[in-house]
Write a protein that binds this ligand. Structure first.
Ligand SMILES: NC(=O)c1ccc[n+]([C@@H]2O[C@H](COP(=O)([O-])OP(=O)(O)OC[C@H]3O[C@@H](n4cnc5c(N)ncnc54)[C@H](OP(=O)(O)O)[C@@H]3O)[C@@H](O)[C@H]2O)c1
Length: 219
């Protein structure tokens, strides 16, 4: 059984990942800004007060972990802000970049010494970050933040491969959470697909972009 740290764990996909991984016997470390009743109800270790866009906050996460070895780090926390060309809010775009793009990098860099040979790093990206797959436009800030985090994931793959640490970019599907106002498949279904992708990840398959349903996505 593995020790799995998940960011954005108080609700949505992160909460479901924590629920299912805990149920099968993994040791889950749930990271969030503020714990929900559902998360507290799981009875697992929670590290709260952690904002992935804030350097001091992420340094505190590392301090709380000490020398705990993390087998799987799941960078899940993210935000989506709607936007429209002609009325773009550049501060909102930057905030999505801070959370969705720099957040996973900041957390992964801070926890580098908690990862060892055989560890895995996942980034919950989105297929809307795929340039090849962009068939409808819109969501300038969100799309760009996810495209950029895909590039960061590839860099981490190169960084970590010599150390035996595998990296995966994941698309969870269109999932019914607060982010989508409840539109999409259940978080339970999405999380179970994501867990399968995490289980299947090896150093040989490091640096790929997977749909939770089990097929590769174009960049
Ligand atoms: N739902 C979809 O259809 C879909 C599709 C593609 C990709 N994704 C990606 O999947 C991931 C999870 O999304 P979701 O659907 O579960 O959304 P969600 O229900 O809105 O949950 C987002 C999570 O991220 C956390 N978060 C946001 N900003 C944060 C920050 N600065 N620091 C720490 N935590 C922060 C939230 O915590 P608070 O409660 O504190 O805000 C919450 O736990 C995101 O990366 C999202 O982009 C989702």
């Amino acid at each position: 059984m593995s020790t799995i740290l998940i960011t954005g764990c108080n609700r949505g996909i992160g909460l479901q990942l924590a629920t299912q991984l805990h149920a099968r016997g993994d040791t889950v470390i749930a990271v969030c800004r503020s714990p929900s009743d559902d998360l507290i109800g799981l009875g697992i270790r929670i590290i709260d007060g952690i904002d992935v866009s804030n350097g001091d906050s992420v340094a505190e996460l590392q301090r709380e972990l000490g020398d705990t070895t993390i087998d799987v780090l799941v960078n899940n926390a993210g935000i989506l802000r709607g936007d429209s060309f002609g009325a773009l809010d550049y501060d909102e775009m930057l905030q999505q970049f801070r959370v969705n793009t720099l957040g996973p990098l900041r957390v992964t860099e801070a926890l580098r010494d908690n990862l060892g040979s055989g560890s895995k790093v996942a980034i919950v990206s989105s297929r809307v970050g795929s340039i090849d797959d962009n068939g409808s436009g819109g969501y300038y800030g969100y799309r760009a933040s996810k495209t950029a985090v895909n590039q960061i994931g590839m860099n981490l793959m190169h960084e970590f491969k010599p150390h035996g640490i595998a990296v995966i970019l994941l698309h969870p599907g269109m999932v019914a959470t607060e982010m989508t106002n409840g539109q999409g498949i259940s978080a339970e279904t999405s999380a179970s697909g994501l867990i399968q992708r995490l289980d299947d990840l090896t150093i040989e398959t490091s640096g790929q972009f997977w749909h939770a349903e089990g097929y590769l996505l174009p960049w």
